[in-house]
Design a protein around this ligand. Sequence first.
Ligand SMILES: *Cc1c(COP(=O)(O)O)cnc(C)c1O
Length: 388
Amino acid sequence: MTDFDDDTLPFDEFDIAPARLTIDLVALADNWREMADLSGNASTAAVVKADAYGLGLEDCGTALYEAGARDFFVAVVQEGVTLRTYAPDARIYVLSGVWPGQEGTFYEHGLVPVLVSEEQLSFWMAVTAEHGDHPCALHIDTGFNRLGIPLEDALAFADDVSRPASFSPVLVLSHLHSGDTPSSSFNRQQLESFQKVAAAYEGIPASLAASSGIMLGSEYHFDLTRPGIAVYGGEAVGGVSNPMRPVAKAEARIIQIRSAKTGETVSYGGTHRLTRDSRLAIVAAGYADGYKRSLSGSGVPIRDSIHEGGFGFIAGHRVPVVGRVTMDLTIFDITDVPERDVRTGDYIELFGPNMPLDDVARAAGTIGYELLTSLGLRYERRYLYADE
Ligand SMILES: *Cc1c(COP(=O)(O)O)cnc(C)c1O
């Protein structure tokens, strides 16, 4: 027996966690509905790959299903198997397609492989000839040069009379590489190529737009849209204000507040020298928590090109990271925050409603997608189910 029985602990884990993550499922569902509105007559899927962009497949998948999503995209088959539990009658597409040996899993869990190459296409035709029909989708490359059946081959296959009549994809899709840059002429080029695909596969639903493609206008919507990042509150289009509600708030606790004198240095390498007497907050999150080392205030190469490092938010103030971000700890300069407004044990917001995800990402030289999917395992998570 110990005196520290779990039931007798006076604290909620969340209230004392070194690092914590609040995930607003109401905002998530609102964002998805907003994407569905913007998609006009097209149906709207939800992209939940990479553990729902790092925010939790179980909770996010369930919330999106309850909001009405019935088409989901995951990257790999195992994500589809997990999602099936929470989205019993949804159509779940697996974007990386299928490998020999996985076909049984697709049949057993009712997952739809998105066939991404002629090799996968022949394989799936052989599988369905042997085991009976099972839906598939075709990814056609219209200029990305990532996954996808080459355009000319896809057009030829559409007209191929030797194609078994029973072999009918349930969706043809392609992916824009510059959707986040509305002025890029690549978008129209890809659109025109995909219009040929949609015409060749007439009668089969077509899908081109991810979050940013939805915002390019109705021509890009076809029958099904595939928003991901916008649903999670991230910026879909560069350089315009983000209309989505923030979903994730990451916070870390101040373990220690220390006073340091002019001329002293801070953190590994001593790369930051204080130019005034300062108060420093030592905070319990670092690069192992996805708070990227490239957010360091100094001492990393990226500071030569992107002058300012990361900022946190506390008591109404933006406070800069000083020196290098370390594995488990980051140091913020809180000199400008009145002493009475900040104590050890308080939380600094790393990103969230007061510190936009994409601003933090830019300081790190990356994108919101990467920050979300790098969060790591140490955050205590709390999901909000109703507006508070
Ligand atoms: C990730 C992905 C999406 C979602 O993209 P967002 O930019 O997050 O909206 C859609 N389609 C494909 C093929 C993807 O890989």
